[in-house]
Structure formats: structure tokens, C-alpha cells
Design a protein around this ligand. Structure first.
Ligand SMILES: *Cc1c(COP(=O)(O)O)cnc(C)c1O
Length: 373
């Protein structure tokens, strides 16, 4: 049997009765769209973070897009972010009509290099979009300083950072608004698509509710400015509501896997150049993915296939080098750290129900493969 980086079937086995009860709850409620489960999940998710408002949306990409739009971002504006991210971060910026502007990432934690942001600000800059990639947070203090100095809004991309903390504060509470994805692989995953935006600002959440509902001010009202149909599905909301009560346990499970990898792979880090993930001071990592790094990455991945282990790369193509963003004018070499990482990083299997013997299989195979290189 092949081992993949992610698999939800063991979780489904463990939680089947509760998940099916969630489906039954919605099907028998008499309200299939924007009903009590969406409302309940929005309240629970806001409460978990100690934030005033939450608007459920249909996926994480639209959480970023509508989040930016609700913060006033549109055509002609620039949004500063990173190219070492899931392409949807940038697709969402593009979807608002604004222009993505990239800064490089740091060589230690692979996250936005906040020291480069001030130089990227132009008179058109409207927003900063830090991505809390892999499960830990971007250094926010310098970002907030730039935002204050230039009157910019900050939207956090929290799609990979549910429950992560930064100097004790939860991801999702560190900017003007925060976008989450509940794509099934995420730390809090639905059984299908889902997303949400958190904010303390009542006018921002009002705008989000309008944007996700065709642009209508209220349910049977008229459209003044057209919006989208981007509602969080009622069934997914009920599933997420149940799973939110287990989020801290999922995170503990991920951390236990990370500890076992760190112990089992420490020798390869010292003697065979395998770079393990580092947690930046002040961060509590939730390990959405466990990213390691080696200059001979492609050979390692190929050799591991022989052990029945199929790995992923998050991400092999920096967004600024994709054909779809060629019009932004970045050439190879413009983001050197991001580009080098894309050639060297790969992700080990990581999810809370990953069996101990499979973790050990991965560790043992890596030892054999790296020694034989
Ligand atoms: C998954 C992800 C998204 C997009 O979320 P979807 O729910 O798949 O639309 C956006 N940004 C980041 C960083 C992600 O990992």
C-alpha cells in the first residue's frame, strides 16, 4: 500500500457517527442554505479566536478574494504578498482586479521576509497579504508598522495556520481580517470545500455577507453593486462545527508526528544535509505540512517511490514563474530564496491519524535513501 502525504479515511472511520449525524442534522432541518449550521459555525469559529465576526464562504480562494474586496481592494490597487505560496493566494488577488506584488521569503522559515515589504510599497499599494505558510505565522510586528505608516490594510492568509499562535495570539487575529480555507487537507478540513473570513470590523463583515450573496444588501433586497454567490454550504458548516471542537486535538496529533520525525531524522540533519523545519521564535507551529529540504530533492523523491512512499512538494513552481502571471513581469532570479526553495523542498506525510509504524517507515526509508545517495 502506498503512503501519501495526506489521507482522511482513518479520520472518517473514527468520526463517522458524528459526521453522518451532522449530515442528518442539516438534511432534516428544513433549511439547506445559510441556515442554523452556518450561523452556528460562524459564531463558534469567531469565539474560538476571540474575534467579533465571522462570515462563512465557499472556499479559501474566495475567502481571500472577498476579504480583500471587503477591505476596499480593487482594480488599480497593489497587494504585497509572496510567491512561495499556494497559487490560489495570488489567483484571489488577481480576481479583485488588483495587482500582486511579490517580496522574497526568509531562508530559515520560508515565510514572507517582512524587512523587504517597506521597499515594495508604492503610492498604489493598498494591502499587505502575509501567508502563514506550512503552519506558522509571518513576523507580524514589522508588517503592522509598515501598514500603519502607509495606511494599508492587512489580510492574513490563514489557510494553513488554523490554531497557530504568534507570541501567544492566534493566527486570524493579527491583521484587519483573516481568510481561512477548510479544504479537506487543511488543519481544520471539511468534507468538501469551505472557507471563512474573520474580522472585528462590523462594516467589513457586512460587506462580506453582501458580497457572498450576489451583492444583495439583505435576503430579498436589490443589488446595487454586483457581488458573487460564495456561501459556505450548510452541510460543510455543520461538519466544521463538530470538527472545530476537536481542532486542538488534531493539532496535538500533528505536533506528535512532527516530534517523532524530528527525533528520527536528527541524525540525517547533522550528517546528510537534510534540513528539518525550524520554528521561528514566538511561533507555535501547527504543521499543516512537514517541509524538509535537500539539494538532491528530486532523486530522493524518486527513490522513496521504491519504498511505497509518494511525496508532495509545496510548492514546486513559484507563482511568479507561472505562465499565468508572466504579465506581472518577474523574471527568474527576481526572488532568489523562493526559487531555490522550490528546487529543494519536499513534504513528508503529515496528518493527525498517521500511524506510528508508517511514520517509522518514512523515517527508515529516508535513512536508507540518503545514505545511498
Ligand atoms: C488552500 C489554500 C488556499 C485556497 O483555499 P481553497 O479552499 O482551496 O480555495 C489559499 N491559500 C493558501 C495558502 C492555501 O494553502
Amino acid at each position: 500500500m502506498t503512503t501519501y502525504v495526506w489521507d482522511y479515511l482513518a479520520e472518517y472511520q473514527n468520526e463517522r457517527a458524528d459526521l453522518l449525524d451532522a449530515v442528518e442534522t442539516v438534511f432534516s432541518s428544513g433549511q439547506l442554505v445559510l441556515g442554523p449550521s452556518v450561523e452556528g459555525f460562524e459564531k463558534d469559529f469567531a469565539d474560538y479566536h476571540g474575534v467579533r465576526h465571522c462570515a462563512g464562504v465557499d472556499n479559501g480562494t474566495n475567502a481571500v478574494k472577498l476579504g480583500l474586496q471587503a477591505l476596499g481592494v480593487g482594480p488599480g490597487d497593489e497587494v504585497i504578498t509572496v510567491a512561495n505560496t499556494a497559487a490560489p493566494t495570488v489567483v484571489a488577488i488577481d480576481g479583485t482586479g488588483a495587482t500582486p506584488v511579490f517580496v522574497d521569503v526568509r531562508a530559515d522559515d520560508y515565510l514572507m521576509d517582512a524587512t523587504q515589504v517597506a521597499d515594495a510599497v508604492t503610492p498604489r499599494t493598498k494591502a499587505l497579504l502575509p501567508v502563514h505558510l506550512y503552519g506558522q505565522c509571518v513576523d507580524m510586528a514589522p508588517l503592522r508598522k509598515v501598514a500603519e505608516e502607509h495606511g494599508l490594510v492587512v489580510l492574513e492568509d490563514c489557510a494553513q495556520a488554523h490554531g497557530a499562535r504568534h507570541h501567544g495570539e492566534l493566527a486570524g487575529t493579527l491583521g484587519d481580517a483573516a481568510a481561512f480555507s477548510f479544504y479537506p487537507t487543511k488543519v481544520l478540513g471539511a468534507y468538501g470545500d469551505g472557507g471563512a473570513v474573520l474580522t472585528d470590523d462590523e462594516s467589513v463583515v457586512g460587506e462580506l455577507r453582501r458580497l457572498r450573496y450576489y451583492g444583495m444588501e439583505d435576503v430579498y433586497y436589490v443589488v446595487q453593486t454586483p457581488g458573487h454567490n460564495s456561501r459556505l454550504d450548510e452541510v460543510q458548516a455543520e461538519i466544521l462545527r463538530r470538527k472545530l471542537t476537536r481542532l486542538d486535538r488534531y493539532i496535538e496529533g500533528r505536533r506528535a508526528v512532527a516530534r517523532r520525525y524530528a527525533e528520527g531524522l536528527a541524525g540525517l540533519a547533522t550528517s546528510h544535509g537534510l534540513v528539518l523545519p525550524s520554528t521561528t521564535h514566538g511561533n507555535d507551529h501547527v504543521y499543516y505540512v512537514y517541509v524538509v529540504r535537500h539539494p538532491r530533492r528530486d532523486e530522493i523523491i524518486e527513490a522513496l517511490k521504491g519504498y511505497g512512499i509518494s511525496l508532495n512538494i509545496s510548492y514546486p513552481w513559484p507563482v511568479h514563474t507561472m505562465t499565468g502571471f508572466a504579465h506581472l513581469g518577474y523574471t527568474k532570479g527576481s526572488l532568489p530564496v523562493t526559487e531555490q526553495l522550490a528546487d529543494e523542498i519536499f513534504s513528508l506525510p503529515m496528518y493527525p491519524t498517521l500511524a506510528l509504524d508508517v511514520q517509522d517507515k518514512v523515517i527508515a526509508a529516508l535513512h536508507e535513501v540518503l545514505r545511498a545517495l
